[in-house]
Design a protein around this ligand. Structure first.
Ligand code: HEC
Ligand code: HEC
Length: 300
């Protein structure tokens, strides 16, 4: 009996040592991936200067509110703790009104937002730059004009800390912790795109939905999400998706957070901000969804 217990204790100690070793390994590779500096070669970006300052500010405010920035960086650009629970760690969106002093050129802004690299060469963590790679120069310049116009707001944010679950999910390829490593840095975004209720424009807008609803738009569990977040739904025209919905149903879901049967949609789905899109922007998304291949739910 004693002997048996001894073996059990030994097996348990070995198991703990193995788990510790695996975690040590994952911490080491993730730290190295985070620290590793990307190649410095960058195109010089200069934003177009056609729009008046006022129209650019107005458009920038609209884009800031409807393209996700507001959901993580806050109404006043003050930053927020986006995910704050162990074991994911603390994923903190920067206070943009203080960070902006490090930005000295359009190139700096372009690298941060579209390529996920801060002016000092640091790779931005969890900032979904991979969804913003296609942002046109005209749109980015409007967003930047708006960010620069915001009054400096103090905020008391904790430092970013990357917990074990975030690292393990990253290591398994299930969580985009370091978007800069997944972005094609040679991609050149268009300088502008014809804005209107077209499928092309809708596809451009859908980039901002893929982080949660998946690149195939069929939904499924959101990678790295806290356990109390609902699963992202299927946005394709499959019977398990929006096949039975009308455009008006879609508008109501986006603006009022209600499904056709009247049931409420969780605010994990950022409808309060996304619902501020203009009618024609929602029309564009709807036409892109109608053109997307229908897929069964949960294949992301
Ligand atoms: C899902 C949340 C999320 C969304 C949406 C988001 N950000 Fe971020 N952003 C972050 C996080 C987290 C960081 C901090 C990254 C770091 O410090 O490693 C960040 C960092 C940044 C930085 C770099 C600041 C610095 O330290 O130099 C800029 C610039 C920025 N975001 C702009 C934007 C803009 C513009 C948008 C909208 C087009 C946007 N972000 C949308 C989460 C988000
Ligand atoms: C931060 C994650 C996130 C983003 C970004 C996001 N969604 Fe969602 N969305 C969700 C979740 C989670 C649900 C399910 C909510 C629930 O079950 O209450 C949802 C539900 C929906 C629904 C309701 C569908 C149904 O069958 O109930 C629609 C419509 C929708 N999203 C459209 C969009 C569109 C369009 C975009 C981009 C412009 C978008 N979402 C961006 C997370 C997100």
């Amino acid at each position: 009996m004693l002997r048996w217990l001894k073996w059990l204790a030994l097996a348990f100690a070995l198991f703990i040592a193995l788990v510790a070793l695996i975690f040590w390994y994952i911490y080491d590779v993730s730290d190295r991936a985070i620290e590793q500096r990307p190649a410095p070669a960058q195109r010089t970006i200069e934003f177009p200067d056609e729009a008046t300052h006022e129209s650019r500010l107005e458009r920038g405010a609209h884009l800031y509110q409807t393209r996700g920035c507001v959901d993580c960086h806050g109404v006043h650009g003050e930053g927020t703790v986006v995910i704050g629970e162990w074991p994911m760690g603390k994923l903190v969106a920067t206070n943009l009104t203080s960070a902006r002093s490090a930005y000295t050129s359009d190139t700096d802004w372009s690298r941060a937002v579209r390529q996920g690299i801060a002016p000092d060469g640091r790779k931005l963590l969890f900032m979904p730059s991979h969804e913003y790679t296609r942002t046109t120069d005209a749109d980015l310049s409007a967003i930047v004009a708006y960010i620069v116009s915001l009054p400096v707001t103090d905020s008391d944010l904790p430092p970013m800390s990357i917990g074990p679950l975030a690292r393990v999910l990253w290591w398994l390829g299930a969580f985009n912790l370091i978007p800069a490593d997944t972005i094609d840095h040679s991609y050149v975004a268009a300088s502008s795109i014809a804005a209107g209720p077209s499928t092309t424009y809708g596809n451009y807008l859908l980039d901002g939905c893929t982080g949660c609803h998946g690149t195939g738009l069929s939904g499924g569990p959101i990678p790295g999400a806290p356990p109390d977040w609902p699963t992202a739904t299927n946005l394709t025209m499959h019977e398990t998706g929006l096949a039975d919905w009308t455009f008006n149903d879609f508008v109501r879901a986006m603006r009022e957070g209600r499904r056709p049967d009247g049931s409420p949609i969780s605010k994990v789905m950022p409808w309060p901000s996304l619902g501020k899109m203009h009618d024609w922007e929602l029309r564009a998304i709807w036409s892109a969804l109608a053109a997307a291949p229908p897929r069964p739910s949960g294949q992301r």
